[in-house]
Design a protein around this ligand. Structure first.
Ligand code: ADP
Ligand code: MG
Length: 233
């Protein structure tokens, strides 16, 4: 990667695909204020995998929701390919997200009354494209080509994660944000999913993945540790 970075610097394109600067997020629960993010900065370049680790409640999911444009930080900025998303309306963020950001949740992002292929097709339509051939290719590459017509409830845990990944990758996103995607998988299924993430990174996607898993942190180029809503030194 080092020589490639050098080359990129030479041609003057130094912008990370994903850049978060000084993110703050507060929640109010009754009288109490929870400071979920307190000045978190993070960036991910094309082809880079960044793991976000930290104890439960440290702000991982809140951070990823802000990075994906699902949530809006109370302070700070998120840029995707240089475009600031954090000050935009929900509708604008949804449009940018549909085009440029793939999102995988632990409790997956599949719609129950659509088949696996139908879920991917919907994501493609929302992202402004319909590509039936690339859809089948994508499912084949993820090893679930044979499950295209299955409904989410009929999938095993590993298949469901792969289907969620297919939805996230439906539009070849610049950025993939995954919140504990391998949280409920056995280790061999986990390593298959990690291989798929690595393939994606090699194709130029910037990946941010929140995880409790050592295996995920090991394949990442960088590990960002959150404690109480701050990046630990
Ligand atoms: P993690 O994913 O690391 O477990 P979260 O980002 O889910 O952490 O949560 C960080 C903190 O913010 C926790 O104290 C959590 O209770 C609080 N929090 C998260 N979302 C909300 C919300 N919608 N309303 C109130 N508090 C929230
Ligand atoms: Mg979480």
């Amino acid at each position: 990667m080092a020589h490639r970075d050098g080359l990129i610097l030479l041609v003057g394109v130094t912008e990370p695909r994903l850049e978060a600067h000084e993110l703050y997020r507060f929640f109010h629960a009754g009288d109490e204020e929870v400071l979920a993010l307190r000045g978190v900065s993070l960036s991910a370049d094309a082809g880079e995998t960044v793991a976000v680790v930290g104890p439960s409640g440290s702000g991982k999911s809140t951070l990823l929701a802000c990075l994906a444009g699902l949530d809006r930080p109370d302070g700070g900025t998120v840029r995707i390919d240089g475009l600031s998303i954090s000050r935009r309306s929900e509708a604008d963020r949804a449009a940018i997200r549909a085009r440029s950001v793939g999102v995988v949740y632990q409790a997956d992002n599949l719609i129950g009354h659509l088949t696996v292929e139908g879920n991917v097709a919907l994501a493609q339509r929302l992202g402004g494209s319909t590509r039936p051939r690339s859809r089948r290719d994508l499912l084949d590459r993820l090893g679930i080509g044979g499950r295209a017509r299955a409904y989410p409830a009929q999938l095993s845990g590993g298949e469901a994660v792969r289907a969620a990944l297919a939805v996230a990758l439906a539009n070849d996103p610049a950025v993939l944000v995954a919140d504990e995607p391998t949280g409920e998988l056995d280790s061999s299924t986990e390593s298959q999913v990690l291989d798929l993430l690595q393939d994606r990174a090699e194709a130029g996607t910037a990946i941010v993945v929140a995880t409790h898993s050592e295996a995920v942190a090991v394949v990442a180029q960088r590990v960002v540790r959150l404690v109480d809503g701050m990046v630990a030194a």
